[in-house]
Ligand binder design. Structure first.
Ligand code: ATP
Length: 344
């Protein structure tokens, strides 16, 4: 994709939440996304992975305009969403849709499937002529593997997988160019999950839609994505093609994540080199100085405390934000601090 203009570009994006002081808790600012740069090209699927609370959903919410960034830019088709006049922004927002983890919470239970889909055309008039609405609803339902008789039913009359199909149909109704999938298959059983993943791939093949696929499931990401970004405590620590990330992870955090999913672990040569991620993720209210991962990292040295590593291309060929990256398994000595990564 080098040389082509990205469809979506996050440039040093910062998104913070204000916390009011509460009982036993001081107020403050949570920098949930602390300077993230990431691109998604047309027709591409980019996976965003990381532990719970690292800021994945906040990125999703910022991209689709549910929360405002406090710094940096979201560019779509080269245009800065923060600098567009309201009318143009509204038009452009149509191109970016989101599918959430819990379709039941995101689908209005009092609306029929047909009305849930038609609502999108009410919000964006002129997209589909009113006389074609019923036919288009039928076509969309068929497109996502449902039937036209489902149009008159309500969300509670469907299974979880079917409800996710409805969410996808609703997203497709406005003919988006990018769909942000925020843990979109995480709540589904394995077999249903596979069906939805197949559907997403089919849609990409037929319609050319791009995905930013947010998930904590490295197996699903490997199955679906072309490129992968690994996030830790509000920052991206490593980005690369699927092959680069799964075969030669260079950031210790990526190595630990992969090590925790043995069936995916192509890069370790010795099973005994398992890395066990211990200790809690530090609070984003007061992240560590320097490298944010240093308090849990077996490779950490003084430099990691003093200096924040910038993403730089390493010998593996992809950008890694680490002072001491390495493709080799960690040394066999036990990590000195209990809060660090250790090996069993
Ligand atoms: N509305 C909010 N107000 C205050 N803090 C928030 C809010 N939403 C998220 N946060 C905090 O921002 C950080 C990032 O949360 P976010 O939900 O983006 O992470 P995540 O990686 O998507 O995790 P999960 O997979 O658990 O949703 C967390 O520390 C979270 O507690």
């Amino acid at each position: 994709m080098a040389g082509t203009e990205p469809l979506l570009e996050l440039s040093d994006l910062v998104t913070s939440y204000r916390l009011r002081p509460g009982i036993g808790r001081p107020g403050g600012e949570v920098r949930a996304v602390a300077g993230v740069s990431l691109t998604v090209h047309a027709g591409e699927t980019v996976g965003l992975v990381g532990e719970s609370g690292c800021g994945k959903s906040t990125i999703a919410r910022t991209i689709v305009g549910l929360v405002r960034p406090s710094g940096g830019k979201v560019l779509f088709d080269g245009r800065d969403l923060g600098a567009l006049p309201a009318k143009e922004l509204r038009r452009l927002r149509r191109d970016i849709q989101i599918v959430f983890q819990d379709p039941y919470a995101s689908l209005n239970p009092r609306m029929t499937v047909a009305n849930l889909i038609k609502e999108a055309w009410r919000i964006h008039p002129g997209l589909v002529p009113r006389e074609r609405w019923d036919d288009e609803v039928d076509a969309l339902l068929e497109r996502v593997g449902l039937r036209s008789e489902h149009a008159g039913r309500y969300p509670h009359q469907f299974s979880g997988g079917q409800r996710q199909r409805i969410s996808i149909a609703r997203a497709l109704a406005v003919r988006p160019r990018l769909i942000v999938c925020d843990e979109a298959v995480s709540a589904l059983d394995v077999s249903v999950r596979a069906q939805i993943l197949n559907l997403l791939q089919e849609l990409q093949r037929d319609l050319g839609v791009s995905y930013l696929f947010i998930s904590h499931d490295l197996g699903v990401v490997r199955h679906l994505c072309d490129r992968v970004a690994v996030m830790y405590l509000g920052k991206i620590v490593e980005t690369g093609s699927k092959e680069e990330i799964y075969r030669s992870p260079a950031h210790p955090y990526t190595q630990a994540l992969l090590s925790a999913a043995p069936s995916l672990d192509d890069w370790r040569t010795d099973e005994s080199d398992e890395i066990v991620l211990t200790g809690d993720v530090p609070s984003p209210l007061s992240p560590p100085t320097g490298c944010r991962f240093r308090t849990r990292c077996w490779r950490a040295q003084d430099r990691c405390r003093d200096e924040e590593p910038a993403p730089a291309e390493r010998d593996t060929g992809h950008p890694v934000a680490c002072h001491f990256p390495g493709a080799l398994p960690p040394p066999t000595t036990t990590a000195p601090d209990s809060g660090r990564l250790t090996k069993e």
